[in-house]
Structure formats: C-alpha cells, structure tokens
Design a protein around this ligand. Structure first.
Ligand code: SAH
Ligand code: SF4
Ligand code: F3S
Length: 467
C-alpha cells in the first residue's frame, strides 16, 4: 500500500498539547500517512496551538503566515488544532486573515481529524471544516457529544520518558486563565485506565512517566460516587498504585495546585519510592489581596506552610513555581510580598510571566491594569532575584552525587549526555566512550553548576557495568 501522503505537526504550549500531538500523529499513521519533519513538502500541516497568553497566539498567527508563504504555489492542507481552536475570535480571524486554513479542531475533538482531512482532501473547495466543542465542554463522558478519548493510539516514541494524561480540563477558573474555557470542565480518567497505560509503557521499556493534568491533586474528585472502602480514590491512592508497577523507575506529575495538595499527598510522595522529590507548586502571587482576586483559594501563609512542610518531611526535595507579575491592581507592596515568598522558599526554579489579559476571563475586565513598562520592570526584578537563588541552589549540589536518568546525547557537545535528576534538574554527564547510556540510571558527581544545569562525570552505574 502506498503512502496516503505526509503530515507535519508543530506543537505550541504545554505538555498536554505535546501529548495530544502524539495521539494526532498516531491517528494519522493509522490512516496510512507518514510523518514528516519538513514543512516545505508535507501534504498536511498541523499547528497544535496554545491560548494561555497573547504571545502564544501571536506566535501561531505569524507562523501560519510564514508557512503559507513558504508553500506559495502548492496547497498543503492547513489544520489549526489545540486550545486556540476553542476561542470564538479564532474562527473569525481565520476566515479573515488566513483563509487557507481548512480544518479547525479543539483539544476534545482530535479523534475527528482523520475524517475531516479526508473530507478536505476530497473537496478542495470546501469551506472551513470545524470540530470544536460547545462553550465549556471539552472532553466529556457523554458518548452522544464527545467521548473520553480512551483507546486512542499513541505514536511510539522510542525513549525513556512518556507523558500520561490523567485528567482533562479544569474547574478552577483562576480569574486570569483561559484554560477552563478552552479545555472544558475537569474529567478524570478511570484509575484502571491510567494504571493500564502506565503498566504498558513500563513493559515497553519506558523508565519514567509524567502524569499530566491542570490540577492533578484534584484527580478523582469529579467521580462523585466512585469510592473505595478506604475512602475516595484520589491522587495519593493513584500514586501508591502506580508505585507498584515493575520496571518503572520514576513517576513525575504536573501541575499541582497548592490549594489541593494535602498532607496525605505529601506523605504519599515521600513513601512512594518511584515518585520523584520534585514539587512544582505554582504560587502566582505572594500577596493575599491578589491571590484572592485571582481566585486561587490559598493565602500566602498557607502556601508557606505547605512549602515548609514539604521541605521538612521530604529529604532533598526541590520546589519550583509559576509566578505572574502585573495582575490588575498589583501594587508595589503586593509585588514585594511575592519577592518575600521567593526569598523565603528559595525556589529551585520559577517560570515567570507578565499578566496577559485574556478576553472572556474575569481579570481582563478588572480595573487597575498595570502599565506595560511597570510590568516589564517587575518581571526583570523578579527574574534577577530568582536566577541568583537558582544558581545558589544548584551550586549547593557541587560535590554531591546525583542519580540521573539519561535521555539523549547533548545536541551541542557529543561528549556529553543529557538527563535529569529526580529533583528535575538538567544534568550534562560526561560518560566517556563505550555503550550509549540513553535510558540508563547513572550516578553523576556534580563538579559544576549553572542556572540551567549541573555538570560532571559519570561515577558509577550498575547497569553500565553489567552488560
Ligand atoms: N494548571 C496549571 C498551569 C496552567 S497555565 C496551574 O494551575 O498552575 C501555566 C501558567 O501560565 C500558569 O501557572 C500561570 O502562571 C501562567 N498564566 C496563565 N494564564 C496567564 C495569563 N493570562 N497571563 C500570564 N500568565 C498566565
Ligand atoms: Fe488555569 Fe487555574 Fe486551571 Fe491552572 S488551575 S489551568 S491556572 S484555571
Ligand atoms: Fe496552552 Fe492549552 Fe496548555 S492554552 S498552556 S496548550 S492547556
């Protein structure tokens, strides 16, 4: 059977989208299409998009323009998938600005992409074909609308680490955030399905899984009636069940919500051998006033309590965070509260963002929007403080030995191998010639530290010694 053509996917945004792109690839491969990494020749070009900030959208619009210009003369089928597909404005703008886009598919509808492609290729003159969910429905359990995408294929990526979605959507409505609108309400997968998928990955040689959800700590809370004798089946129970899977070495999860991170879950992380000692705890702001209008559901003190509890009970834990500066109404004093938390927790790392008003969210309409200049200055001050702390935290590792799961050869220096510690720090390992250490756990002696990496020679590795 000849190829049914080639497809090229570009992914923007978070790991959810990366995971969705794997499924899209697999669905198209099932139809006999071949993946391509050349947008200059592929028959189908898919952009899997993100809507979380204005800048994320801007990237997609400009990329669409560039790709179209590159292909002037021939006509690949352009597909806009992902979170932007769910914004009402996107459809209007597509028709006006980029009429060459033929298919739009929201994250809850990726299973329909193959059919839509067939339609679009059968009728080149067809108008815009859309598969988007009605407002505030994403993935649902209701088979009459969308289905929970169980049993969809995934692209087999040879590797050591895999993403596993454990829940879709989000119910939190943090006032700045578009995600609950574009991804729909929270729907957890059934524990058995998650465990089955992870078991299968372990059997196929994956050493590490990262559990994905917008608020993994709320896993299972949407089940309602589904209870075990010991109480509700929640995130802690899931971690304990996954910890028993043979062959797997590491379990990560992303993203946590400080409001829903219970002490029971911290205990589960400590007890479970495979669950890594890395806590990504988005702070967003250190000011009680701002946290309240953000609708985050915790105070500065509650956040500090949780971080303190983690550092007290989990040896060698790392904590990273997300912070937004310039939320409407944020004063210099509010910003100082954020800096105070940064100094007190001494985060291992932080993703820092300038508030971006998203149409349809509560914060976009709030009074007291902070001037652009002020926002950039606050970001700069925050980044400066945090990079100093990150460097200090990493420098504390010099002289220690860390366990590293090697992921790939360093793209810049062929004498180095890249991997991460259990605490999610990037390591450049000097392994010397011999067998490729990819997929192996090695011990690295840290000799050098930067803001983004630790570096040193491989010291010892049972797996490297035994054939
Ligand atoms: N569900 C996750 C992450 C969602 S988006 C969580 O709750 O943490 C990732 C990060 O983008 C957020 O943590 C937040 O810091 C940032 N973000 C979301 N909306 C934003 C906006 N409108 N402007 C700037 N940053 C935003
Ligand atoms: Fe957005 Fe808040 Fe949901 Fe995270 S928890 S996706 S920030 S609404
Ligand atoms: Fe972006 Fe959608 Fe993820 S908006 S951050 S790709 S959930």
């Amino acid at each position: 059977m000849g190829s049914r053509g080639t497809f090229y996917i570009e992914t923007f945004g978070c790991q959810m989208n990366e995971r969705d792109s794997e499924t899209i690839s697999a669905l198209l491969a099932q139809e006999g299409m071949e993946p391509s990494d050349d947008p200059g020749t592929a028959d189908v070009i898919i952009l899997n998009t993100c809507a979380v900030r204005e800048s994320a959208e801007a990237k997609v619009w400009s990329r669409l323009g560039k790709l179209h210009a590159m292909r002037s003369g021939d006509e690949p089928v352009f597909v806009l998938a992902g979170c932007m597909a769910q914004l009402p404005d996107t459809l209007l703008r597509l028709k006006r600005r980029v009429p060459f886009v033929k298919i739009v598919s929201g994250p809850g509808n990726i299973h329909r992409i193959p059919d839509l492609l067939q339609e679009a290729r059968a009728d080149r003159k067809a108008g815009l074909l859309t598969a988007v969910s009605p407002a505030r429905t994403g993935v649902t359990r209701d088979e009459s609308t969308q289905i929970l995408p169980e049993g969809l294929p995934r692209k087999q990526i040879p590797g050591v680490s895999a993403f596993v979605t454990i829940m879709y959507g989000c119910d939190n409505f943090c006032s700045y955030c578009i995600v609950p609108y574009v991804r729909g309400p929270q729907v957890s997968r059934l524990p058995g399905d998650v465990i089955g998928e992870v078991r299968d990955l372990a059997r196929r040689g994956y050493k590490e899984v990262t559990l994905l959800g917008q608020n993994v700590n709320a896993f299972g809370l949407d089940f309602g009636g589904e209870r075990r004798e010991t109480g509700p089946y929640g995130f802690a129970a899931l971690l304990k069940d996954l910890d028993r899977i043979e062959g797997l070495h590491r379990i990560r999860y992303f993203t946590s919500h400080p409001r829903d991170f219970t002490k029971e879950m911290v205990d589960a992380v400590r007890q479970c051998e495979k669950v890594c000692e890395h806590f990504h705890l988005p702070l967003q702001s250190g000011s009680d006033n701002i946290l309240k209008v953000m609708n985050r559901g915790y105070s500065k003190d509650e956040y500090l309590d949780l971080a303190g509890h983690i550092l007290d009970t989990v040896p060698d834990a790392s904590i990273t965070t997300d912070i937004i500066v310039g939320f409407p109404g944020e004063t210099e004093e509010d910003f100082q509260e954020t800096l105070d938390v940064v100094r007190r927790v001494r985060f291992d790392g932080a993703f820092t963002f300038i508030f971006s008003p998203r149409k349809g969210t509560a914060a976009a309409k709030m009074k007291g929007q902070v001037p652009k200049e002020e926002k950039s200055q606050r970001l700069q001050r925050l980044v400066e403080l945090q990079s100093g702390i990150t460097l200090e935290r990493n420098t504390e590792m010099v002289g220690k030995e860390v366990e590293v799961l090697i992921e790939e050869r360093d793209p810049k220096d062929p004498a180095l191998w890249r991997g991460r510690t259990r605490t999610n720090k990037m390591v450049l390992a000097e392994a010397g010639p011999g067998v490729s250490p990819v997929g192996r756990m090695v011990n690295v002696e840290v000799r050098e530290a930067g803001v983004w990496y630790l570096k040193g020679p491989v010291r010892d590795s049972e797996e490297l010694r035994s054939p």
